[in-house]
Design a protein around this ligand. Sequence first.
Ligand SMILES: *Cc1c(COP(=O)(O)O)cnc(C)c1O
Length: 326
Amino acid sequence: MINIPRLNMAHLPTPVDSMPRLGAYLGGYEVQVKRDDQTGLAFGGNKTRKLETLVAAAQANGARTLITTGAIQSNHCRQTAAAAARAGLDAMLVLTGEQPPEQSANLLLDGLLGAEIIWADRDQREQQLQEVFNTAWNTGRRPYLIPYGGSNATGAAAYTSAIKEVMNQGVEVDWIIFASSSGGTQAGMVAGAYLYDFRGKILGISVDEPADRLQARIATLASEVCDLLGSPHHFEKTEILVNDAYLGGGYGVLGSAEEEAIRLVARLEGLLLDPVYTGRAAAGMIDLFRAGFFKPGEKVLFWHTGGTPALFATQYQDRLRSPYIT
Ligand SMILES: *Cc1c(COP(=O)(O)O)cnc(C)c1O
């Protein structure tokens, strides 16, 4: 287990399910899914693991308020609001974009969980985040800043134990595939694979960034995680596997590829993906199968990182509603 402070907020280990009907559809492969959408904290997701170490660090700093940032439908912000509530802290969320006319999905949940929302322009986000922090500090609220996506070394470190967890579950796979965005999840997995000698390949499907930028960030962050955990190791960006062929219409845009993946996996496996991250990663994975990327007999683990509340966001209803229900 990792040797930094950590709270117990996630339901662990998360299950590993097989997806036989999807595997047959994709040409007779063994495909499994790691259910990090079931981490249990207010609809769960990958941020719960990161928040176990981040909120522990906040408490060690004497924090009374968590401040973080993200998009309007940020899963990270929803999870941070829930973690703050459980830890008895206030949450302030700096959300980028225009205040939408309706509160739906994650934004609705942010409010229920008691978070304060501050609206920011995307290009001024870091500056506004700092201003919110300074004001909170000056008014005695003892704020603690959690970075975008919870992706610093402390947050990412939690994903080293997720790798240990699947190894302990007896899961032997050639590939782990999942949605990669701020890079903390992948950095933690890569560091965990090094620390625990996991031999499978860890392939992030980029959701919103060119591969070389994301690879560089992940290599740096994975190196910082190893430092933090007392086993220094330097990762090169060329060691980090990222595919950026599936950026589609950009961040948060639900296109036909994502829609197809969501419908396919729902109908074949009764498993719900999300419009922003796992729908895009699954669309990429399905395309890689169709293109013959995997060798016969290779085993693939799709890591479900959560995000399913966004299925209920108003902006996606036009694409997701069924034409057969009238
Ligand atoms: C944040 C998030 C990701 C990406 O994780 P990173 O650590 O930011 O790369 C993937 N899927 C879902 C559902 C997320 O909320």
